[in-house]
Design a protein around this ligand. Structure first.
Ligand code: UDX
Ligand code: UDX
Length: 431
């Protein structure tokens, strides 16, 4: 039973804190956002994540998890301090580390005994050393500490499962004693533990995310070639996936990637490479291929309804960057809605969970709480997020509600043959 503090209760921090508490540790989670902390004390979650509500409540009840805005309360008595604050993209694509710096400084000012400071947030290569400098400079008096990199590999929508059954735990530190203490903390997860140096651990995180993004842009390019040559990319992905060296995961062709990680991490890695005087041609192409898809989706939909979007009404099925989350960060729906607006279409949107978050980001989109009401009078629908409930939609009913039976399936959730039989004008990706 160790005492841990987690700084930042966003997507990464709240899951990390609640899961470590569930493993039997005592966790104090801190955030500078007082509203967020107040809500958590009232049992209101800061984010939508399946299973989080119950996990947090159970551990708060057991006295293993508490929330505060006070650094002294969080740091005192803790052996580990996880930094899980945001690391958004800066103007040139670099990772903005101001929040990491603020957290490191506040930890240093409030620590009273030796502490292991762990970077959970995705931070550029070399940040570990930089955090150590900040801590050393900010301590009122020198107290022993170590900085360790322990990157997160959590997918939103499956973050608790990803934490409890990780493919691996990566620990980066020059301080062997600190590294083994952090390894001890992760032993109950019974996953392979990679212990390496700080920079290598930081790079493992970036290289992993950049590779997953590359895999998606790769299958999306293959989808375009399949479409041109008459092959079915879903079958291609299945056939490729049996090869253990390739693997079926992350070969779903569609509108490509968004979210708070891939966009910022691929951009940050390319930025680091360019800063080092290298030209990251693959990473730049992976990003170009990815963002092009949002424009293509709009131009294909325009084609399907006769060539012009002006004065037409288009309904977006799904707004979140992927299912099972309310996260709208760099969601394809944002660029698609903007493209449609620019082309003179009026845009409607429905999402089972992300509506409230989306409302603030997409003021020009008319939000509906029911997909059938949204479909009423639309000239086309675009599937943007593959929520399961869209797979069960009564398509006969939808067809009757649409002005013209046009569906652009940006996530390949429907069967082309069935859609054709039902009389839809239907476009999928790569099929
Ligand atoms: C994000 C990225 O998603 C992740 O890839 C990266 O590893 C870390 O940054 P996330 O949990 O999504 O992680 O960040 P966010 O949801 O923005 O939450 C950050 C939290 O930190 C917010 O609650 C914010 O209030 C808090 N914070 C920010 C602090 O507690 N202190 C600060 O100084 C700044
Ligand atoms: C990702 C990584 O998976 C995770 O390990 C890391 O810690 C954070 O970033 P996340 O961004 O939450 O997690 O979601 P993920 O499920 O990876 O999807 C990322 C994006 O890729 C989404 O926009 C999704 O729609 C898209 N995607 C994913 C595809 O387009 N095709 C796929 O086959 C898989």
């Amino acid at each position: 039973m160790k005492q841990i503090c987690v700084i930042g209760v966003g997507y990464v921090g709240i899951v990390t804190g609640a899961c470590f508490a569930d493993l039997g540790n005592k966790v104090v989670a801190l955030d500078v956002n007082e509203k967020r902390v107040e809500n958590l004390k009232k049992g209101i979650m800061p984010i939508y994540e399946p299973g989080l509500d119950e996990l947090v409540k159970r551990n708060v009840k057991a006295g293993r998890l508490s929330f505060t805005t006070d650094y002294a309360e969080a740091v005192n008595g803790s052996e580990f301090a996880f930094i899980a604050v945001g690391t958004p993209s800066g103007v040139k694509g670099e990772a903005d580390l101001q929040y990491v710096a603020a957290a490191a400084k506040s930890i240093a000012e409030n620590m009273t005994e030796p502490l292991i400071i762990i970077n959970k947030s995705t931070v550029p290569i070399g940040t570990g050393d930089w955090v150590a400098d900040i801590v050393r400079r900010s301590q009122p008096k020198p107290i022993d500490f170590a900085v360790v990199s322990c990157p997160e590999f959590l997918r939103e929508g499956s973050a608790i499962g990803d934490f409890m059954q990780p493919h691996r735990t990566v620990i980066g530190s020059f301080d062997r004693d600190a590294a083994s203490k952090v390894a001890q903390l992760h032993l109950p997860l019974r996953a392979p533990i990679v212990i390496t140096d700080l920079r290598t651990a930081e790079m493992i995180k970036y290289a992993s995310n950049a590779f997953l993004a590359t895999k998606i842009s790769f299958i999306n390019e293959i989808a375009d070639i399949c479409e041109a040559l008459g092959a079915d990319v879903k079958e291609v992905a299945a056939g490729m996936g049996y090869d253990a060296r390739i693997g079926r995961h992350f070969l779903d062709a569609g509108l490509g990637w968004g979210g708070s990680c891939f966009p910022k991490d691929v951009l940050a890695l390319a930025y680091m490479a360019e800063e080092a005087g290298l030209e990251p041609r693959i990473l730049n192409t992976v990003m170009d291929v990815n963002y092009e898809r949002r424009k293509t989706a709009v131009s294909i939909t325009a084609e399907m309804i006769g060539g012009s979007l002006s004065g037409k009404t288009i309904g977006l099925l799904g707004l979140a960057f992927k299912p099972n989350t309310d996260d709208m960060r760099d969601a394809p729906s944002i660029d698609i809605a903007n493209e449609l607006n620019v082309a003179g279409a009026s845009v409607r949107g429905y999402d089972p969970v992300a509506m409230e978050v989306a409302r603030g980001i997409l003021p020009a989109v008319q939000m509906y709480t029911d997909p059938y009401e949204m479909a009423q009078g639309c000239d086309a629908l675009m599937v943007v997020t593959e929520w399961n409930e869209f797979k069960q939609l009564d398509l006969d009913k939808i067809k009757g509600l649409l002005n013209t039976p046009v569906i652009y399936d940006g996530r390949n959730i429907y069967d082309p043959a069935r859609m054709k039989d039902m009389g839809f004008k239907y476009r999928a990706i790569g099929r």
